[in-house]
Write a protein that binds this ligand. Structure first.
Ligand code: 13P
Length: 277
């Protein structure tokens, strides 16, 4: 069933687990993710990133996402990931996404606050929840440390001011992960996570989950992180076992099998549990 993340996050926070947010780029990715969620009887956040709108436009993402989420036997959130333009985010709200992220984390704090407030004013009246990011989770290709990315750790003061001025529903914080493949395992600043969670009384979420170290991610899930975004590992797992002469259908099947195995793994790492709504 299609739901917002509000109740799911409350339960996840209470019971100390995280829910995976998996990026979909087509029908095959959606089918793989939702079949695992249904088999496990676990909730799931299916995320569509604005950056992928060239492979799938927002209308397609909304139609397909709603189709699979509505007929699923478990709670599914249809989330817009990294919405960069306010108009794009508003369009996602209008098209039926149940959760949207406005990512103005590269802007000044004031601009980030102003953009987030504008999105909240629009989304709330339609019952849609809003995620924003403070600090910045950067990206890179096969980097060894955060210096090689544009990441900026979230400060406690910024997180507090941002929350107080926006009253956003959930907050992405930067504590040591980055988007994409790593060389080695990142060092997570758990102390910062703890400090922020003591002061900011809303669900915290983590981007750049792929290959961030299972014990790191589990510790985040057992702390105050209620949503962990994973994409790169799912894509890597999809193509890992492709070999030999495969026909079109065999390829689709193998891609799904790889993604399914990866999501099963992360459900276990994140300590995800069944939620009945
Ligand atoms: P990874 O691709 O590093 O898992 O990051 C995914 C993500 O954070 C999407 O917002």
């Amino acid at each position: 069933m299609l739901v917002t993340s509000k109740k799911l996050f409350e339960i996840a926070l209470n019971k100390r687990f995280a829910i995976p947010a998996t990026n979909f780029v087509d029908q095959n990715t959606l089918r793989a993710y939702i079949s695992v969620a249904e088999n496990k009887r676990f909730p799931l956040i299916i995320s569509f990133a604005q950056a992928h709108h060239e492979v799938m436009c927002l209308e397609e993402a909304a139609l397909l996402g709603k189709f699979y989420a509505e007929k699923a036997k478990v709670p599914i959130v249809l989330h817009l990931d990294h919405g960069q333009e306010i108009e794009f985010v508003k369009q996602a709200v209008d098209l039926g996404f149940t959760s949207v992220m406005i990512d103005a984390s590269k802007d000044t704090l004031e601009d980030n606050i102003a953009k987030t407030k504008e999105v909240i004013a629009y989304a709330r009246q339609k019952g849609v929840v809003v995620e924003a990011e403070i600090g910045h989770v950067g990206s890179g290709e096969n980097y060894e440390d955060l210096e090689q990315t544009e990441s900026l750790l979230t400060t406690v003061n910024d997180a507090k001011e941002f929350y107080e001025k926006t009253l956003v529903d959930s907050l992405a914080i930067s504590i040591g992960t980055a988007h994409g493949n790593y060389t080695g395992t990142p060092k997570i600043n758990f102390e910062r996570l703890h400090e922020i969670s003591q002061i900011v009384p809303i669900p915290l979420v983590l981007h750049g989950g792929s290959s961030s170290g299972d014990s790191n991610l589990r510790r985040c899930a057992l702390s105050n992180i209620v949503k962990i975004n994973v994409f790169t590992d799912l894509m890597n797992a999809a193509v890992r076992d492709l070999k030999g002469e495969l026909n079109y259908f065999d390829i689709q099947h193998q891609l799904r099998a790889g993604m399914e195995e990866c999501l099963v793994h992360y459900y276990s790492v994140f300590n995800t549990q069944t939620i009945r709504i």
